[in-house]
Design a protein. Structure first.
Length: 610
């Protein structure tokens, strides 16, 4: 959510800033802008509502901006509507200060009143302009000191980049709660909210921690706390490669990432399977193996797609590890008074590792004494740093806003983690070896489903005018139904509900009318016959059934208008395969309806505000 790019160096920075914003478009936004310190000594601000391309067109229609110090931003509206005055960057004209900001300043209203009493006039409805004016009010010739002083007065979350006309070679960045990193180049520095905006220019970077401020010039940097205590940052090598964030010939990142799933899952499993011993090897949690084996309860917490993966994890831990488990919306968990007893383990699941609600729930559980694990994709993210241990997905960067390969990676990690514990508790070598063998075949199974993309597109064509869908499943594939419905909602803007198939007759069955698409995950499993009964309930009321079924199941054709076949895999592994036709169904429906698949309206890739 929102994107930050800033530069200080020796080259004209406008092209670099625009390129960086384009690489951050996947995060979700509604307006964009740049502020560049020109050779004349004035900071020029250019903003536009809409896509980065609109901003780019506006820049080409005016005199080129030639400065080598600048900041750029894509905004996702929180305070104030989607208007040009509310877009970033914001200015304080008294001292020629410009600022961009991700996050929310919670006490902005009080600060705004105080600043208005001191003569400041506001042009926007944003909390960001309040922070800009506050820095200006406290400025006394030292931008770094003014930023530190201002941040001591604010409550909330922020990642900011600030420049000032009176200090032409200085860029100041700071962070609390929202991700921010500094790329270190040859006589230049690039500040960004995501490594995708940095990797084209340098592979050396440092990640700012909460309450840290960094003063950057072309050839030096200084890192401190907001109380001006010096900090020695850790410089690391970026693991992301440029080609990983390019479309590679696919029309959309989402389709590319759907088709990357076989190789992504292979990467997730690589080096983590010991077939000879029938064991899973997870170095990230190895030192806590005894605590995990003795655990009394697992709490899985997440939001969105990650929550659906965590719900599958709940089933996996109870079946494979025989440990009580529960899955919680992170946004609800932290505001309850949760009971965390001795032996509780909390697992925070997040693609980005920066999800604000999940991070807050994690901290709440840790404060109450839980052992904290993370299941994340982004190396070095906040959740990865704040957990006691964890497992990386290793599925590669996910650019499409609607998560696909990260979901499958999360389920794969959850499966391996449940087996890691189960093998140490009661699971025999033979049982583990059989499941490991099936797990290693999942990439090929996904590959076979991907071959049906054209067939799935033809089915989508018949239903894209329908505005209400149901997705139904049982057991392990109830969360898969939730994920299928979410994908359709996210990118095609079709209303869809996912639910346990048995729940349908307790109310939602009233929605079914003639021709309504009802997607059933009806693969062979322990509840197959019951799913068939639920299908009959839909058909009796005129609904059209689209079934995800096991290869070789000819009987299902008698009960469904359309069938998507998947290979026969153990029931506990089936969500990783059954979700793929649902991803493709959502993708093709969105394309057929003419929507921008990679940038769905109102959505952000990484939700870093509550």
């Amino acid at each position: 959510m929102c994107g930050i790019v800033a530069y200080v160096g020796s080259k004209p920075c406008c092209p670099l800033l625009i390129e960086g914003l384009k690489r951050l478009e996947y995060r979700g936004y509604d307006s964009a802008g740049v502020a560049i310190l020109e050779p004349s000594g004035r900071i020029d601000v250019v903003r536009a509502v809409g896509r980065v391309s609109v901003l780019e067109n506006r820049l080409t229609q005016r005199k080129p901006l030639m400065g080598s110090l600048g900041i750029a931003h894509t905004r996702w509206a929180t305070h104030g509507g989607v208007t040009e005055p509310n877009a970033h960057p914001h200015r304080d004209d008294r001292h020629g200060i410009a600022l961009i900001h991700n996050g929310i300043i919670e006490n902005y209203s009080t600060l705004k009143t105080w600043l208005q009493e001191r003569g400041h006039v506001f042009k926007s409805e944003t909390d960001t302009e309040v922070l800009t004016m506050l820095i200006g009010e406290l400025y006394d010739g030292d931008l770094e000191a003014a930023v530190q002083a201002a941040l001591r007065e604010v409550t909330g979350a922020y990642a900011i980049a600030v420049i000032c006309e009176k200090e032409p070679g200085v860029l100041v960045a700071a962070r609390k709660g929202s991700p921010l990193m500094v790329g270190i180049g040859a006589d230049e520095h690039i500040v960004a909210s995501d490594p995708s905006a940095v990797v084209a220019h340098t592979t050396q970077a440092m990640t700012l921690e909460d309450y840290q401020v960094c003063r950057l010039t072309p050839d030096s940097f200084r890192t401190s706390t907001i109380d001006n205590v010096p900090v020695t940052p850790k410089v690391h090598e970026l693991e992301m490669e440029l080609q990983e964030i390019e479309r590679g010939g696919y029309p959309h990142f989402m389709l590319k990432e759907i088709f990357e799933q076989p190789s992504a899952i292979q990467q997730t499993m690589r080096g983590r399977i010991d077939k000879r011993e029938g064991r899973i090897v997870l170095g990230g949690v190895g030192q806590y193996a005894r605590e995990l084996v003795k655990a009394r309860r697992f709490i899985l917490t997440a939001q969105g797609t990650a929550l659906h993966a965590a719900k599958i994890g709940e089933y996996l831990f109870e079946e494979l590890a025989k440990i009580p488990a529960e899955c919680e919306y992170a946004s609800e968990f932290r505001y309850r008074n949760p009971i965390i007893e001795e032996g509780a383990v909390v697992i925070a699941v997040s693609q980005s590792g920066e999800t604000a609600d999940t991070l807050a729930a994690l901290r709440e559980a840790k404060d109450r004494g839980a052992l904290a694990l993370g299941v994340v994709n982004a190396v070095g993210s906040t959740i990865a740093r704040e957990t006691d241990a964890g497992v990386y997905l290793r599925v590669g960067p996910e650019i499409g806003v609607a998560s696909t390969k990260a979901f499958v990676g999360q389920v794969a990690v959850m499966t391996m983690l449940a087996m890691f514990i189960g093998r140490r508790r009661f699971m025999s070598v033979e049982q583990a070896a059989g499941l490991i063998d099936a797990l290693e075949k999942i990439p090929d199974a996904i590959g076979r489903v991907l071959e049906e993309s054209d067939h799935i597109r033809k089915v989508a064509t018949r239903y894209i005018e329908r505005e209400n869908w149901l997705f139904l499943g049982r057991g392990y594939n109830y969360p898969t139904a939730l994920e299928g419905a979410l994908k359709l909602k996210e990118i095609s803007y079709i209303h869809a509900e996912g639910m346990p198939a048995a729940e349908m007759k307790h109310g939602p069955i009233a929605l079914i009318n003639e021709g309504m698409p009802c997607v059933f995950i009806a693969n062979r499993g322990s509840q197959y016959d019951k799913v068939l009964s639920n299908i009959q309930e839909v058909r009796a009321r005129g609904g059209h059934v689209i079934a995800v079924a096991t290869e070789g199941d000819d009987e299902i054709r008698k009960h469904a208008e359309d069938v998507f076949y998947i290979p026969d895999v153990p029931e506990c592994l089936s969500p990783m395969v059954a979700v793929v036709p649902l991803q493709l169904l959502a993708y093709h429906a969105a394309v057929l309806r003419g929507h921008d698949v990679d940038k769905p309206r109102n959505l952000a890739k990484s939700v870093t505000v509550e």
